[in-house]
Design a protein. Structure first.
Length: 178
């Protein structure tokens, strides 16, 4: 019998200083049985960094032809394809032919190796690549609960995330910007 995803509910007060957005988000996130807490929180943060009307979580891990997050037009075209992790160069090449914009948010201890092997292909495929710093994500992952209120302030290349019990900073660096 297949394992079922674990459902999390996030109530997020989002302040994106760079985009001048001030939003209240209510996200329901399904954590795939094989997904780590760090990866799930990287998906939530990637969603917050790209939030716009129509942005939604796709089936990602459970479906090979969908990203983790996407934005579709009213006529079904994929405007934004967002991957979390270290996808293959072939997957990114296909995504760049399918979507108007492709973004990757790498996040773990393998990110440096992945980037050194994939940088050339990613640059030619018009992929925007970002690396979340692992330490901040691991600290954030220790704070998750099935229902969680977060206050996230984004400025420059940093997200200050306040939970009921602590404040965590997750920073990132841009690896490639087409």
């Amino acid at each position: 019998m297949a394992l079922k995803p674990t459902i999390f509910k996030f109530n997020i007060a989002l302040t994106d200083v760079d985009q001048q957005q001030y939003l209240d988000l209510n996200l329901t996130v399904a954590q795939h049985p094989s997904e780590t807490a760090e990866r799930m929180m990287a998906r939530v943060l990637a969603y917050c960094l790209n939030t716009s009307e129509g942005l939604e979580f796709a089936r990602g891990l459970s479906t090979s032809d969908e990203p983790d997050i996407w934005l579709k037009s009213l006529d079904g075209r994929i405007l934004k394809w967002i991957e979390v992790g270290e996808p293959s160069a072939e997957r990114l090449r296909k995504a760049s032919h399918t979507a108007n914009e492709v973004l990757v948010y790498s996040f773990n201890t393998k990110s440096e190796l992945w980037w050194s092997r994939s940088a050339a292909v990613i640059s030619t495929a018009r992929v925007h690549a970002v690396q979340f710093h692992w330490e901040g994500l691991t600290e954030l992952a220790t704070s998750i609960q099935r229902t969680l209120g977060l206050s996230i302030t984004i400025v420059d290349q940093s997200a200050l995330i306040a939970t009921d019990s602590k404040t965590i900073e997750v920073t990132w660096r841009i690896l490639n910007q087409p």
